[in-house]
Design a protein around this ligand. Sequence first.
Ligand code: HEM
Length: 440
Amino acid sequence: MNHITQDPPRRRGLPYVGSTLDYVRDPLTMMRTQYDGWGPVSEIDFIGKRWTVLLGPDACEAALRNADKAFASGEGWGYLVGPFFDRGLMLLDFEEHHRHRRIMQSAFTRDRVEGYTAALQPAVIEGLARWKAGARFQAYPALKELTLDLATEVFMGGADLASPDELDRVNQAFIACVQSATSLVRANVPGTRWGRAMRGRRLLEEFFGRHLAAKRSEPGDDLFSVLCQSEGDDGERFSDEDVVNHMIFLLMAAHDTSTITVSTVMQQLGQHPEWQQRCREEALALPERPTMAELDALVDIDLVMKESLRLVPPVPVLARKTVKETEVMGHRIPADRLVAVMVHLSHHMPELWTDPERFDPERFADDRRDDKVHRYAWEPFGGGVHKCLGMFFAGAEVKTILVHLLREFEWSVDPEYRAPMSYTSLPFPKDGQPVRLTRR
Ligand code: HEM
């Protein structure tokens, strides 16, 4: 091919900090400004390093499809959350990633996910029974506690594994690990986010390591047991260390992502009572403990979930690092360069979506399918070989929570309310997302 490759334009900012603060304050505006001013492939300083930024569906697709195997996930994510989620599936690459993914896939077959979904039902019913409705109910922390209880049940096999105090310490350790991502201090300094995350990781390793032998010898149906028994096609299994690393990563991968999804849906349904009613009718038509097939057949709840994932993608930026020089859309990216695949912008581009800030679940309806405008217009679960392995479980979990919520409660949110989001790690509403909640 005869074309010119050029270095991407660089947006200059403060030394070291660069565009970090603009991102943390308002990622969408930062991304839009970057795209409008510097194009789909550009360079910024971000958390102490030079990054190449990919914006828009074509540039994101190039990195995620990774045709010439230039983009590695491990060293990219490793820079942000490396020591804390070390050797989780998302942090492995190429042949090794392929081998581990094949083994882990046997923990996410349809049958397995069906089993986890069945285990979710009583846990969600019990969790919601404890909610105390009120005029300023703090939805986000309540959902976070609920999804952590579900993870304890489905991932670890229930409360008999550990005391409530110990589970609380496990929860705090996770939060510390997840919150390390955009720390400007990236060393084990006491009192910093990074320092707390290091302690958190040690606690989690010790916790899973201690319970491993029992899960190997007397397995249940929980994910921890299943990972201990999982085999790839050739009979290969995970070592003890692999199981611990994968468990720590999986809990992180599953927890905040599902929580923010349900919390966005709650906000939107609180502001769009007609959609809340439509979804409630669907929920009430289901048996008390719906199966995976029944959850899959939901229409309105599915549209609302997809639209909420569009508006607030739980993982707004995916990290990569180049292992060799490569080219994206005519721009040269050198080897050993951190790359930010900013999928969030694609979800909000007026070039792709009509009135992108409007809550309009029907854009995903069969007779519209606006998301088909580009394969990478809607990419909350990523794409390519690292595409979310828990996607079907995530859908079943989010829908299970929504179905039971809609049956048990009604809620409303001021139509003018805009959640003040924190983007220091995965997005969450800083005010706890108050809703007016009443029991039906
Ligand atoms: C709404 C909820 C979720 C969202 C939006 C989400 C999103 C994502 C995204 C964007 C990636 C790709 C990251 C990359 O390419 O750099 C990913 C990877 C992954 N997710 Fe999820 N996730 C969700 C829930 C879950 C759940 C519930 C689980 C497990 C039970 C899970 C397990 C994984 C795993 C194992 C990977 C790594 C896959 C690989 O590298 O091969 N996720 N997720």
